[in-house]
Design a protein around this ligand. Structure first.
Ligand SMILES: Cc1cc2nc3c(=O)[nH]c(=O)nc-3n(C[C@H](O)[C@H](O)[C@H](O)COP(=O)(O)OP(=O)(O)OC[C@H]3O[C@@H](n4cnc5c(N)ncnc54)[C@H](O)[C@@H]3O)c2cc1C
Length: 369
């Protein structure tokens, strides 16, 4: 086992998870975060079985499970509200060891922060060049400054659609989660703890556009007549609590490693959220990085192995998420009809088998998606 001083740039979910994994492996870790404090913007987050396995490797699965809600059943509905496909937690758990857990991002970050010594955390520390350390983890997000320095020219690509996220507090939370597929638009919802419902929506829009009278009004205009429980969820959303972000992914990088610097999370492989895998992959990165360092005789060998294990997998998942996003955002009516019909005809066991390369991650080299 090797260890020493590790500097983690970026205190998002990826950076904090890497810091926890390295700290547990005996590294002296410092996390440098540009923002004035360590927290997350954003609403909910889906943690799939592969993420729960990574959290298990970080020693945090139970703590995260305690702040999350298991989605008992979820699936896809068409614009009229009919179910096209459904997945049950019991079946996910039977196949992959864990269910789908939905957490509030802030709660996940709290668990990660609590696992780190307070001296390891430096807020208000913007990094502009590769810092000191036997190991540097560049976890500074999709617009990573360190990536741009080490691998210039890999700018994020706009996916052609935007996303809104919010937390609703309806009188009654829906018993089942769903993503409703429309024409060039989707609306999803899933229940978190405390009766809170994480909602998200997407629509095909030009890059950089904004709702003329605010994003809440824009959402009600676009989704107010969608099937139940969407109107009630919108009515139970605080108008100032709607976040909007255009969606991007990164072109495939030739390497995640340069010298003693390893890219991790969105800095390495930002992906569109259709598979709900961006943060899950960052957690896998963190657990894998620490495992590679624990097994290797030297840092260079460990980082080369990290790159070999993580790059093909995350780049394949990025492509797959983009494909699913394109299908979800189809707008030509005959194409949406064909898509919905195909989704209706595929049985749950086939859907889950198709997801096995993503969800069945075992913490070790596995099949490429
Ligand atoms: C609409 C939407 C829904 C999503 N849903 C899911 C989901 O359900 N499940 C899932 O797994 N993933 C989901 N994701 C993806 C997930 O949000 C990201 O993959 C994940 O948050 C990436 O974490 P990160 O730590 O790599 O990057 P970030 O969260 O971007 O963190 C980077 C950190 O680095 C800091 N930083 C940046 N530059 C510097 C600098 N120069 N110096 C110091 N600090 C710096 C930033 O302030 C930030 O705190 C979703 C994404 C979107 C947009």
């Amino acid at each position: 086992m090797i260890n020493g001083t590790a500097t983690v740039v970026g205190g998002g979910i990826g950076g904090l998870a890497a810091a926890v994994a390295l700290h547990r492996a005996g590294w002296k870790v410092t996390v440098l975060e540009r923002a004035g404090r360590f927290t997350e913007v954003g609403a909910g987050l889906s943690l799939w079985p592969n993420a729960l396995r990574a959290l298990e490797m970080l020693g945090l699965r139970e703590q995260v499970t305690a702040v999350g809600a298991v989605e008992r059943c979820g699936g896809v509905r068409d614009r009229a509200g009919r179910w096209l496909s459904r997945t049950h937690a019991a079946e996910l758990e039977r196949r992959f060891g864990y269910p789908l857990l939905v957490v509030h991002r802030v709660d996940l970050v709290e668990v990660l922060l609590a696992a780190l010594p307070s001296g390891a955390l430096r807020a208000g520390a913007e990094v502009s060049a590769v810092p000191e350390g036997d190991l540097v983890v560049a976890a500074d997000g999709m617009r990573s400054v360190l990536r741009e320095q080490l691998w210039p020219g890999y700018a994020p690509r706009y996916a052609g659609h935007t996303a809104w996220r919010m937390v609703a507090r309806p009188a009654q939370a829906p018993a089942e989660g769903a993503v409703v597929w429309g024409r060039g638009a989707r609306f999803g919802y899933t229940t978190m703890t405390g009766g809170r419902v994480y909602c998200f929506a997407t629509a095909n829009t030009p890059e950089g556009s904004a709702g003329p009278d605010g994003e809440y009004a824009e959402l009600r205009r676009r989704f107010g007549d969608w099937p139940d429980p969407i109107p009630a969820l919108l009515a139970a959303t605080p108008p100032d609590g709607v976040l909007r972000h255009d969606l991007y992914d990164l072109p495939p990088l030739p390497s995640f490693v340069s010298g003693r610097t390893a890219l991790l999370g969105d800095a390495a492989h930002a992906m569109t959220p259709s598979l709900g895998q961006g943060a899950c992959q960052a957690l896998e990165d963190a657990a894998t990085l620490a495992a590679c360092l624990a097994d290797a005789a030297d840092t260079a060998g460990a980082l080369a192995r990290y790159d070999r294990l993580r790059r093909p997998r995350t780049q394949a998942i990025t492509r797959r998420s983009a494909r699913l996003g394109r299908a979800g955002q189809l707008s030509w009516p005959p194409a949406t009809l064909a898509r919905d019909l195909a989704a209706r005809l595929i049985p749950e066991r086939v859907t889950l088998s198709a997801m096995a390369p993503v969800l069945g991650w075992g913490g070790r080299p596995g099949p490429i998606v």
